[in-house]
Design a binder for this molecule. Structure first.
Ligand SMILES: Cc1ncc(C[n+]2csc(CCOP(=O)(O)OP(=O)(O)O)c2C)c(N)n1
Ligand SMILES: [Mg+2]
Length: 229
């Protein structure tokens, strides 16, 4: 997409394209957090005017539910299988939105399908931004997360109410939280709806849940501070 946008600018300069066009690239979390990280970084650093959308379902789903660096601690996947030795994935997830923000893009945000108004507003802002933009969309996967399909919106909303997935944006050096939960729920309310975390409630200790909660709290507190600056 960087090349397409560069070709567009060259053709526009020569008068061979008259229309005003926008460019959008889509990638999954595996395709973005892991496989395509270097091209995403290059796209932003070279200031291509592209909106990059990450469809984040926290694993390589199309190939059969393998862990990615977006998969959270404790989640069962086929390459981080919960059993007697490990309680699902043992590492914390990568914070890609913050890595993108470190590039000083024109616009960056996290959103989710459960707050469609938030999502639509952010896409409009990102397309209007005069430079590279990035949106990380939290998208529950009923097969990989193992819950009944009609709970998709509920699961998506609980990720925000527990602060597992804060809804915020970054523009011109400023952070803004776009949806603040009225009361911050414990992450167990999100975890216990999904089969991928089922083993955690039978595990011999509560360390994996506690560590995930501590990570969520730390990132949320930091975001509150940054958005108050
Ligand atoms: C460079 C590259 N490596 C590996 C693959 C094989 N592959 C196809 S789909 C897929 C899973 C991608 O996972 P993700 O990006 O999270 O998308 P999801 O299926 O979860 O929506 C992989 C690894 C590929 N297509 N291209
Ligand atoms: Mg995925």
């Amino acid at each position: 997409m960087s090349g397409v946008e560069a070709a567009y600018r060259a053709l526009k300069k020569k008068g061979m394209i008259k229309k005003d066009l926008r460019f959008i690239a889509f990638g999954g979390d595996g395709g973005t957090y892991d496989i395509g990280l270097q091209s995403l970084s290059g796209m932003i650093e070279r200031r291509h005017r592209v909106l990059y959308v990450c469809y984040n379902n926290e694993a390589y789903m199309n190939t059969g539910i393998q862990r990615s660096s977006a998969t959270p601690r404790g989640a069962h996947t086929t390459t981080s299988p919960a059993g007697t030795e490990i309680p699902g994935k043992i590492q914390l997830r990568k914070n890609l939105t913050e890595i993108v923000i470190a590039h000083e893009p024109a616009y960056a945000a996290q959103t989710t399908i459960g707050y469609w108004n938030d999502l639509v507003t952010k896409v409009r802002k990102a397309l209007d931004a005069d430079g590279p933009s990035f949106i990380n969309i939290y998208s529950p996967c009923r097969l990989g997360w193992a819950y009944v399909p009609e709970k998709t919106i509920k699961v998506s909303k609980l990720a925000i109410e527990t602060c597992i997935w804060p809804l915020y944006e970054y523009e011109n050096g400023k952070y803004r939280i776009t949806v603040k939960p009225k009361e911050k729920k414990p992450i167990t309310e999100f975890l216990n709806l999904q089969g991928r975390f089922g083993h955690l409630f039978k595990w011999h200790d509560d360390v994996p849940i506690k560590e995930y909660q501590a990570e969520v709290d730390m990132i949320w507190e930091r975001l509150l501070k940054r958005s108050a600056e």
